[in-house]
Design a protein around this ligand. Sequence first.
Ligand SMILES: Cc1cc2nc3c(=O)[nH]c(=O)nc-3n(C[C@H](O)[C@H](O)[C@H](O)COP(=O)(O)O)c2cc1C
Length: 399
Amino acid sequence: MNRRDFVQSVIAAGVGVAAAANRGHGQAPRADNQSVKPNLFTPLKLRGVTLRNRIAMSPMCQYASRDGFANEWHLAHHAARAVGGAGLLMAEATGVEPGGRITPNCLGIWKDEHVPALRRVTDFVREHGSVPGIQLAHAGVKSSRYGPLHSTPNAFVPLDEGGWMPVGPTAKRFDRDGPVPRALTVDEIHAVTGSFAAAAERSIAAGFGVIELHFAHGYLGHSFLSPLMNERTDDYGGAFDNRVRFMLETVRAVRRTLPEDVPLFVRLSCTDWVEGGWSLDDSVNASRLLAKEGVDLIDCSTGGATREAKIPVAPDYQVPFAERIRRDAGIPTGAVGLITTPAQADAIITEGRADLVLLGRQLLREPHWAHRAWVELKSDTTPPIAKEYAWALAETRRR
Ligand SMILES: Cc1cc2nc3c(=O)[nH]c(=O)nc-3n(C[C@H](O)[C@H](O)[C@H](O)COP(=O)(O)O)c2cc1C
């Protein structure tokens, strides 16, 4: 069975994404911002998908995979946060090609065999009321590195120890160690776009309800956007229109593959934090183009193109990027970065600064954070916690 037939057969078997057969692409409906001011527990509707609240788990590499396969760890990681009430769980940067992984232990979705183990995760997540999302990624010049649990974290994995030759827009090193990456040819750029589209199709077969493309943090997508990383002189480098070409072609190819009712997110590094790098104005302009291509939400991160950047890390430090893009590009946004308290997250939504908050490390500390927020904010919505716990905890709340 070829890949397309395999994917179609899984979809036909009932993936849970409604109207998968009703393919096509068109103008994305905007977020359903009700006339009543939304708060952290107002559902968010994007295309055919409704998140039960505005709380998402930010994608976080687990470095727990072998040959790209999901396993018990990925199930436990996602299951705990689904039970704990987040509206959306974004799976970690998942390699669309084996050479697109950051480390040999990153998740992958470059072959059909990856689908069933991911499907186990998404089935559990859906059963407990969260929407499973997946971040599709190619690590580019930052690939073939050891993960944080290795004895030499972040060191280049030599070719004879299972590493591979990193590729990027330009043959320019990011770190001092390791080989100089190889610049992709135009045919190879098109092939990577094809890998993203094929991975998106497999993601639907695996039951994911939201697809995010990783164009942040100095990985391949961002490295085409940033003048600090992209020194090409052909149609994919130089002027803004050329630097966004790979992203727009990839978004177009992925959107064509996705069912109409599945939302597509793009994570951007909204600034390089360096004079002469990718800027917030560039992000606003790019987001307008992405909205026209059927992207439904910009996930607003920053940084990663250079180690020279001085990043003013503090609570809410990336929220202004989400706020400005939402206002000036007219597209829903997600805010991320040191959002840790319920009041802080709720204010971001009620003040209209973003449509979704993404929590990373706080959800590692506290998988049931959404439920705690629901209690603290005295929400009168259905408790965001698995029913197996809710019956007992609702009692506690009344005391
Ligand atoms: C362990 C870990 C792994 C991460 N992996 C990814 C990833 O796969 N993709 C991504 O876009 N960001 C990744 N990030 C960044 C987070 O998604 C998030 O943007 C960042 O941690 C800031 O949010 P926080 O302050 O809530 O943790 C990772 C962060 C952590 C802590």
